[in-house]
Design a protein around this ligand. Structure first.
Ligand SMILES: Nc1ncnc2c1ncn2[C@@H]1O[C@H](COP(=O)(O)OP(=O)(O)OP(=O)(O)O)[C@@H](O)[C@H]1O
Ligand SMILES: Nc1ncnc2c1ncn2[C@@H]1O[C@H](COP(=O)(O)OP(=O)(O)OP(=O)(O)O)[C@@H](O)[C@H]1O
Ligand SMILES: [Mg+2]
Ligand SMILES: [Mg+2]
Lengths: 267, 267
């Protein structure tokens, strides 16, 4: 069955978009069929895969707002086994506009139900907030992956993030679980990074005995190292596999894809 | 007259909070009286200066929502000449709760008017969005400083950011101007950084002949270099001047403070 994964973290600039694109591309390289969904009004994922947000006939905004529009008609192919449903700036208004909709946190779930089955993975890139768009991702998904950087403030936000996942699991989506954390732009040799990773590992280990949605969560190994190529390829509208397939960034995202695939037998 | 500066950028994780705290602390070190206002529900500035968001009697949320609460009573001293009005998690609801308020974008401006005059600088840390909280900062401020990182996606967001500043200037705050851009966590030796900085400089130069709100904007020199100490000190609730006053991060923020002070005679 399709694995629908929300890449979420309300902290800004931690690597959600970079991970959604390059993990998605790596899974496609490994033979999986992948759909990427851009849920951020800033449309960075859309730009990153070479799609002009303003040139799309329909975007994820139209999908959410237009009851008659079906997902299968608005998918764009961006690579072998790699499709995208892009965002655009109007999405910024969606949180207000959807406010009075019936079941407003489940709109995305309803809309992608049918098209999702054509893929092995659906990866949803979230904006840096815990608002209605991220909630729609959490209700539509069956897994959460949390990109983060090994900095102090990243740990601060984690409890709020996990509390939100917990709430969604209790009230709206009982199958939701946190598969794990991806350490992004990692500079592993610093004392700060070492301490943050240790704190994180202790936190997950301590949760193992309790039925929290993150009790089985892991810190994916190896971390994704800081690599300038990963910051360059968005400007060419390319994934790292199109831009520089032999660099450390590509190696790390391929390793992450293998680790994620290996998680497909969770208990 | 007091300079009220919004530190804004809808892109996440670019250095808004790090800059608000350490520029503010550097200005205080240089003898200026500084008030920091945390407008982000994630309360990272509040944590960064050693205040427990949950332990505050009143936060900026109460200031915005409670018509009778005055700003002067809720300021907390965090250093010599350095005060803060902190945020807390309830602020996440403010954008919805203020939606129907009269003049909802000018609430902060009304509330800080009297207390602002006791300072030389009021620095407002914005969340990573262009929503109602950031709008309140833009209406209350007379200047905008844009922290950013020399990455491709940073340039993408800039036009939307400046368009928003433009709109506010036209309709709600005719004195608003963009004083400049701070390059944060800068690794100046990469080709990518060089290209981004050149594009940015061209963009500002090209605007000089037109009366845009960013026509006089500059890229503050020198950039703030990437320095692990700046990422460590939040975990101790300290500014860089309390934590490691002789490191490169402290030197760079002191230089930024001098550059910002030097801008006080804009034409
Ligand atoms: N491993 C890496 N090495 C170098 N640069 C990276 C790496 N991962 C991400 N970046 C860069 O860091 C910046 C932030 O990453 P990204 O945009 O993916 O984060 P995000 O969490 O999606 O941000 P937002 O909260 O704004 O959506 C981007 O400029 C990106 O190119
Ligand atoms: N010059 C620097 N050197 C090293 N690390 C830095 C530097 N500036 C910022 N950082 C780190 O980068 C991360 C992001 O910075 P910061 O939180 O200030 O960004 P922000 O724009 O306020 O993010 P948000 O959009 O989430 O509010 C933090 O972990 C911070 O400690
Ligand atoms: Mg993103
Ligand atoms: Mg911040």
């Amino acid at each position: 069955t399709v694995r629908i994964i929300a890449l979420m973290n309300q902290k800004g600039g931690v690597g959600k978009t970079t991970t959604t694109v390059n993990l998605g591309a790596a899974l496609a390289e490994a033979g999986r069929r992948v759909l990427l969904i851009d849920l951020d009004p800033q449309a960075h994922l859309t730009l990153h895969v070479g799609v002009d947000p303003t040139a799309q006939r329909h975007s994820v905004y139209d999908l959410l707002m237009d009851a008659d529009l079906a997902a299968d008609g608005i998918v764009t192919r961006v690579g072998e086994r790699l499709d995208v449903i892009g965002a655009e700036v109007d999405l910024a208004g969606a949180e207000q506009e959807l406010h009075d909709a019936a079941d407003r946190q489940a709109v995305l779930k309803r809309k992608i139900g049918s098209v999702a089955e054509r893929y092995d993975f659906v990866l949803i890139d979230c904006p840096p907030s815990l608002g209605l768009l991220t909630m729609n991702a959490l209700v539509a998904a069956n897994e959460v992956i949390v990109p983060m950087q090994a900095h102090f403030l990243a740990l601060q936000g984690l409890s709020k993030l996990l509390e939100t996942v917990q709430l969604v699991r209790q009230h709206m989506n009982t199958s939701l679980k946190v598969t794990g954390v991806v350490l992004c732009a990692h500079e592993g040799f610093t004392k700060l990074a070492g301490e943050v990773v240790a704190d994180l590992q202790n936190f997950f280990d301590a949760a193992r005995k309790f039925a929290m949605p993150w009790s089985g969560a892991k810190i994916f190994q190896p971390p994704v190292r800081k690599n300038i190529k990963l910051a360059e390829c968005p400007s060419f509208g390319q994934t790292i596999f199109q831009y520089e397939p032999n660099c450390a960034g590509a190696v790390d995202y391929q390793a992450l894809a293998q680790a994620v695939i290996g998680e497909s037998m969770p208990n």
